[in-house]
Structure formats: C-alpha cells, structure tokens
Design a protein around this ligand. Structure first.
Ligand code: HEC
Length: 118
C-alpha cells in the first residue's frame, strides 16, 4: 500500500514535469562547425537560429563555394566588416568553412531540423 502510493506520486510528478517541459531546442551534432560559427559570425548574426533559414541547404553551399566569393561580396563595404572580410580571405576560412557550412545548413529553411518552428 505504502509502496504503490509512492509510485503514484512518482508517476504524477513525472507526468507533471514532462508536461511543463519546454519544447526541446535543436541540439546540433556539428560542434566543431558551431564553434567556428560562434567565433566568426555569431556576434553579428546571432546564434544560428536567426539568419540560417534565409537560404536553402543548396543556396548555403553556393554561398560557401568558390572560397567564399559570395560571402566576401555580401560583406564588402558594410560597416565593421573589415575583420570578417580578412577572415574570409584567409587560410583559416579555407580550413574551417566546410565544417561551418555543415553547421549552418542545419538551419537552412529546407532542413528537417529547423529549430525556429517550435
Ligand atoms: C562584423 C559583423 C559581421 C560578421 C562577423 C559577419 N557578418 Fe555576415 N553580414 C554582416 C552585414 C553588415 C551584412 C549585410 C547586411 C545584412 O544583410 O544583414 C551581412 C550579410 C551576410 C549575409 C547575407 C544575408 C542576406 O540578408 O542575404 C550572409 C549569408 C552572411 N552575412 C553570412 C555570414 C557568415 C557565414 C559569417 C561568418 C563567417 C558572417 N556573415 C560574419 C555582418 C557580419
């Protein structure tokens, strides 16, 4: 009797806490790409959930292709972008861009993991 009462409390607590839980935020597996993005882009573009869904997965691929030619063009002449321009033309970008692209593609509007819909 005492035991089953304890169990009932547990079940009640459990269902209460899951009902209260917030929708789970998308958790990326692209941790390396995420780290690059956070370091290089997020201070201007937010944490990835804003902005990423401007483009489709394929469009992002194009934007990151040709050594970031599109990215360079997009930032050229904008205020405060000298540093990111320098980065986009650097060896570091060549090294980091593939993983960064994978991370950003998770947030593309045609991705099945769009975190902004919950
Ligand atoms: C110094 C701030 C800054 C940093 C750092 C920065 N950007 Fe930008 N970015 C801008 C500005 C300013 C624009 C042009 C205005 C706009 O479209 O918001 C822009 C535009 C863009 C666009 C075009 C957006 C559109 O509306 O079509 C893309 C894509 C983009 N940035 C990606 C990146 C990526 C990827 C990185 C990291 C490698 C990055 N940016 C780093 C400031 C920054």
């Amino acid at each position: 009797m005492k035991n089953s009462f304890g169990l009932l409390i547990l079940v009640l607590l459990f269902s209460f806490s899951t009902a209260q839980a917030k929708p789970k935020a998308h958790v990326t597996k692209q941790l390396v790409g995420q780290a690059y993005y956070l370091k290089r882009c997020s201070h201007c573009h937010g944490e990835g959930n804003r902005g990423g869904n401007l483009y489709s997965t394929r469009e992002w691929k194009k934007i990151f292709s040709a050594h970031g030619a599109d990215l360079i063009e997009l930032h050229d002449g904008e205020e405060g972008t000298q540093k990111v321009m320098k980065y986009l033309k650097s060896k570091d970008f060549k090294k980091e861009s593939a993983k960064m692209l994978k991370f950003i593609q998770e947030f593309a509007y045609d991705s099945d993991t769009i975190p902004t819909c919950n």
